[in-house]
Design a protein around this ligand. Structure first.
Ligand code: MF3
Ligand code: CO
Ligand code: CO
Length: 256
């Protein structure tokens, strides 16, 4: 199949879906506070997405039961929203939203915090955001995908953190997960060459301790750090343009 080069029409559809995903993350911010369950947040997310004539892509995806992934503290990714998971002061969490609007996909996630968090946790969050930004800075026609993971892993390592390698970014837009796998740990100047019209995610998961992630044997989804230490992640869907990059899921105008 290879990496899909999107047509202008497809790009416009992916842009709209990506903006909706970004706006959903913005919308949920005011609801993230101590005492609410992650299932409550998921219900608000689902309603918002449906109100905007779209579908949450995770719902039913390979059996995933909810409209978002909400990953607390030591959960690396794919946390399942639950009425038993209630936010507590000091928690850090990633909310990951993927929308299907007019059959096009947009995928984005960011970290939220509950009340006062440790300095440690804040440093990890800051580092994971910077890792995403360094990855995005590598996006340009003619560059190789491996330079994304090289930039990310070099910076995370310098900060004393590790990068999860079991989960990757991915082509995204006409399908949820397309080629290529966008590695967050990679060697310089390796991998496919980026071309205008490619759309994909960058979503580095950065760990406080060791990089190993383990998937819950019972629910088959929740990935946790093997050592139980904190993990943080930010994600954007990006477009390779003739002149550089457009961050399709960025609704705050921070990235473009
Ligand atoms: N949104 C996640 C990603 O960034 C994928 C979630 S798949 C699910 O790729 F099934 F866990 F929801
Ligand atoms: Co993704
Ligand atoms: Co995602």
């Amino acid at each position: 199949m290879g990496i899909i080069i999107k047509t202008p029409e497809q790009i416009e559809g992916i842009r709209k879906s990506s903006q909706l995903a970004g706006n959903t993350l913005k919308m949920i911010e005011e609801f993230v506070k101590e005492g609410v369950s992650t299932d409550y947040l998921d219900k608000i997310i689902e309603e918002y997405i449906r109100d905007h004539h779209a579908i949450p892509a995770t719902l039913g995806y390979h059996g995933f039961p909810k409209s978002s992934c909400i990953s607390l503290n030591e959960v690396v990714c794919h946390g399942i929203p639950s009425s038993d998971t209630v936010l507590r002061e000091g928690d850090i969490l990633n909310i990951d939203i993927t929308t299907i609007l007019n059959s096009y996909f947009g995928d984005t996630s960011k970290m939220f915090t509950v009340g006062n968090i440790s300095e440690n946790a804040q440093n990890l969050i800051d580092t994971s955001l910077h890792c995403l930004n360094l990855g995005i800075q590598q996006v340009s026609a003619g560059n190789r995908f491996g330079n994304i993971g090289f930039a990310i892993s070099r910076y995370a390592k310098a900060k004393g953190y590790s990068v999860v390698y079991e989960f990757c970014g991915h082509g995204c837009g006409v399908e949820f997960h397309e080629e290529p796998q966008v590695e967050h740990v990679a060697r310089r100047n390796t991998g496919a060459i980026m071309e205008p019209g490619m759309t994909f995610t960058i979503e580095p998961m950065i760990n406080e301790g060791r990089s190993r992630a383990k998937v819950d044997k019972i629910d088959g989804w929740t990935a946790r750090t093997a050592d139980g230490k904190l993990s943080a992640q930010f994600e954007h869907t990006v477009l390779v343009t003739e002149t550089g990059v457009e961050v399709l899921t960025d609704v705050s105008g921070e990235m473009n």
